[in-house]
Design a protein around this ligand. Structure first.
Ligand code: SF4
Ligand code: MG
Length: 334
């Protein structure tokens, strides 16, 4: 499959009044045409910052320090704001956790979809209204002709997220970035929204980047997964490789903390400890302080990626044939 988006060595930093936070520290991945790639990690791992970088929607105090974001060959990291405005919502769309952040409470949902159509497609009048209703139908909203005339507060949370998805799809984007799209919704609605996204992808061929902290969501929806920790992708692979042959101890921890099926009182085996302070990123493996398998070499030197298959790689000294050499060079033991 062809890659639509190639992110290479992306580094993003935040200025704060007490120093600079290295939020994303050399992230590389590809997004292929028509696939869903999940980016998984705890809050603060850099997954949202990575996706906002692609849209160039970073906060004012954040800056892309280095790296490239190549979309169909064009480096978006260096694109003008004017260029980004024509790409956002048209070529690449984004939906967020809380649908209300994307909806205007004082405008009917139909009007809001029409605004998007007007901006990027120069579509107006009855034609746009018909298209808005069609989009609401596409995202599974019953009696769309009636719903277009309603305001966001007249809809349930699940329906609102469907409207946001309809808006995001209005201009048939090539990439849809969904940042925790179901986190605010209850479990039943969550499953419906994930099904909807899957169906839309099958029908439209849109590539999806799904940002989540929930491996359950990943298993439901993605083909490939990148696991982020402390601003770095620590492991990437197909869903099967991640769930059945994970190589990174952080991924093992995430898998172990997944609530088991039918386990009502979920005893979350959360990974003890906290991620490192990215104002002072460690020189070695960022997971070393929490890793039950940490060796001296882990603290001394950051592991590079080891390929375990064409699609699977992890940054960990445990199964890295170069560990011996790195330990000798740093005077550390294994
Ligand atoms: Fe654990 Fe070392 Fe692997 Fe890091 S490199 S995850 S500390 S074993
Ligand atoms: Mg986030």
């Amino acid at each position: 499959s062809q890659s639509l988006l190639e992110v290479r060595d992306l580094a993003v930093a935040f200025r704060t009044y007490i120093g600079e936070v290295q939020a994303v520290r050399g992230v590389s991945f590809d997004l292929n045409k028509g696939e869903t790639l999940a980016i998984v990690g705890e809050s603060g791992s850099g997954k949202s910052v990575t996706s906002k970088s692609i849209m160039r929607l970073l906060a004012k105090n954040a800056k892309i320090r280095s790296g490239e974001i190549r979309f169909e060959g064009e480096n978006l990291a260096a694109a003008s704001e004017r260029r980004m405005q024509s790409i956002r919502g048209s070529e690449i769309s984004m939906i967020f956790q809380d649908p209300m952040t994307s909806l205007n409470p004082t405008m009917t949902v139909g009007k809001q979809i029409i605004e998007v159509l007007k901006k990027h497609r120069k579509l107006g009048g009855a034609e746009a209204l018909a298209k808005a209703a069609e989009l609401l139908g596409l995202v599974g909203i019953p009696s769309p002709e009636k719903r277009v005339k309603q305001y966001p507060h007249q809809l349930s949370g699940g329906m609102r997220q469907r409207v946001v998805i309809a808006m995001a799809l209005a201009c048939s984007p090539k990439i849809l970035i969904a940042d925790e799209p179901t986190t605010a919704l209850d479990v039943t609605i969550q499953a419906q929204i994930l099904d909807l996204m899957k169906r839309i992808q099958e029908e439209t061929g849109t590539s999806i980047i799904l940002i989540t902290h929930d491996l359950g969501v990943v298993a439901e929806s993605a083909a490939r997964v990148a696991v982020m920790y402390a601003g770095i992708i620590v492991e990437t692979g197909t869903v099967d490789e991640l769930f059945y042959e994970a190589k990174h101890p952080y991924t093992w921890g995430l898998l172990a903390s997944m609530p088991k099926l039918h386990e009502k009182t979920s005893e979350l085996t959360a990974i003890p400890g906290t991620p490192p302070d990215l104002m002072f990123p460690p020189v070695g493996c960022p997971f070393a302080a929490r890793c039950p398998h940490a060796m001296e070499v882990c603290v001394a030197k950051m592991p590079d990626y080891t390929a375990h298959s064409d699609t699977h790689s992890a940054a960990c000294w445990l199964q890295d044939p170069r560990a011996q050499k790195a330990a000798a060079a740093t005077g550390a033991s294994l």
